[in-house]
Design a protein around this ligand. Structure first.
Ligand code: ZN
Length: 410
């Protein structure tokens, strides 16, 4: 809890900053509506970031991010002369969490923000918010519990939806070099489209929750203490749902580092911290560094690092894939990933390092614009019991990162 004095001092500083910016710009500020003396509670970081991202997507200007004892505030400086208030009022009044944020418009050369036509309602009782504020009608804890619960519910739904869509996007891609699709089991006779869906539905809850672990955590180097047992539990739930078939072990591992890293990064977005840099800190945990017993590690441990190697370098192929997806087909990105990573699934299936390199080369060099060629190489993969599960996990995560960028500013 910050002293009230400090909050007033910081508020004044922020006011002066905004005022100085209005000499040259129209200014929009976005902050969460947190009651009481502790403004930096975890829901405030997601709420303000989410609405800031909507403003960013709408007009394309990057915000200044001001963080102090009065909470985090996204400040947009805009040059155009348009009716900003129309959209910000829509966001405040018509979107599910709009009542929980303040989005103020300060016009160029003006002393104060543009007033609202309708007084804002208290989110607990529908009276005008300023009345409840003045009368202190509700205990601070009740107001903030309400804000926390609404925020959690909303983002739990949104993030779960993104994970599901990302996994489906990969799963429904056809001609995929031995991987399961909607119409074929590929090189996996023990799996099919429906089993993959069952597996997905069994893991999404835990993976979503890992985002909040990061968001609430204070030290990224300690997050894995909580995440590791959660990850194992998540794997067990998947194996129960699939009767022992491993459908998404790699995806669970990667996403349960990336999502908490994102949650954590949203709290320090003002310092310009990078999600992938945070993920490196998580991956330096002893549970990730510990000796491996998966296939392939023993024989090639000096050069073959699999998904853990990816984690140590901050998932560079996930980053690369997420960028490439903006201008390339899913097949093109998938084949590039195959060429870039150490895929333990492919190594296991190939049975020798020479055959591994042979298939890795064949798949990464396919002309992905030629469907007949994609079909032909896929047939060869299935005939030889080849699959590229490791690359598929990276592709899913690249898709997921891009969808998360639609939700959050990072
Ligand atoms: Zn009220």
């Amino acid at each position: 809890m910050q002293g009230l004095n400090q909050i007033l001092i910081d508020r004044e500083k922020r006011h002066n900053l905004i005022h100085s910016l209005t000499k040259d710009y129209n200014v929009i500020t976005v902050k969460a509506n947190v009651a009481g003396g502790c403004k930096n509670i975890y829901p405030s970081f997601v709420l303000s970031n989410y609405y800031a991202n909507l403003i960013y997507k709408k007009w394309g200007y990057k915000p200044i991010i001001d963080q102090n004892s009065d909470g985090i505030c996204y400040i947009f400086t805009l040059k155009d002369n348009i009716n900003y208030k129309e959209y910000t009022t829509f966001l405040e009044e018509q979107t599910p969490l709009g009542r929980l944020v303040d989005i103020d418009v300060h016009l160029k050369n003006s002393q104060s923000s543009v007033s609202r036509n309708i007084a804002r309602k208290c989110f607990l009782c529908d009276n005008p918010a300023f009345v409840c504020g003045r009368l202190k009608s509700h205990p601070i804890s009740l107001l903030n519990d309400f804000l926390t619960e609404k925020t959690r519910d909303f983002f739990r739904r949104e993030i779960s939806k993104i994970i599901k869509e990302s996994l489906l996007c990969e799963l429904e891609l056809e001609n995929k070099f031995g991987l399961v699709t909607k119409t074929t089991s590929g090189s996996h006779p023990d799996m099919d489209y429906f089993l993959m869906q069952k597996a997905q539905d069994s893991i999404i809850g835990d993976i979503t929750e890992s985002f909040f672990i990061g968001l609430k955590g204070n030290d990224p180097s300690k997050l894995m203490d909580v995440l590791r047992p959660m990850g194992l539990e998540c794997e067990n739930n998947m194996l129960k749902a699939t009767n022992g078939v491993n459908a998404y072990k790699g995806f669970i591992f990667i996403s349960m580092i990336l999502l908490p890293s994102l949650g954590y990064a949203l709290k320090e977005v003002n310092k310009g911290v990078d999600v992938f840099e945070i993920s490196k800190i998580l991956a330096s945990h002893k549970s990730v560094v510990a000796p491996l017993n998966t296939f392939g590690y023993g024989a090639y441990k000096d050069s073959f690092f699999g998904v853990r190697g990816e984690a140590f370098n901050g998932f560079s192929t996930v980053q690369k894939a997420s960028k490439a997806l903006n201008s390339n087909s899913l097949h093109k990105v998938l084949c590039t990933i195959v060429g870039d990573i150490d895929d333990t699934v492919l190594l296991k299936r190939a049975k020798s390092f020479e055959r591994y390199l042979y298939f890795k080369n064949m798949i990464s060099c396919v002309d992905t614009t030629n469907t007949a060629e994609l079909k032909r190489v896929t047939e060869i993969c299935v005939e030889n019991n080849i699959s590229i599960g490791g690359a598929a996990d990276i592709l899913c995560c690249g898709i997921m990162i891009n969808k998360l960028k639609q939700l959050f500013y990072f």
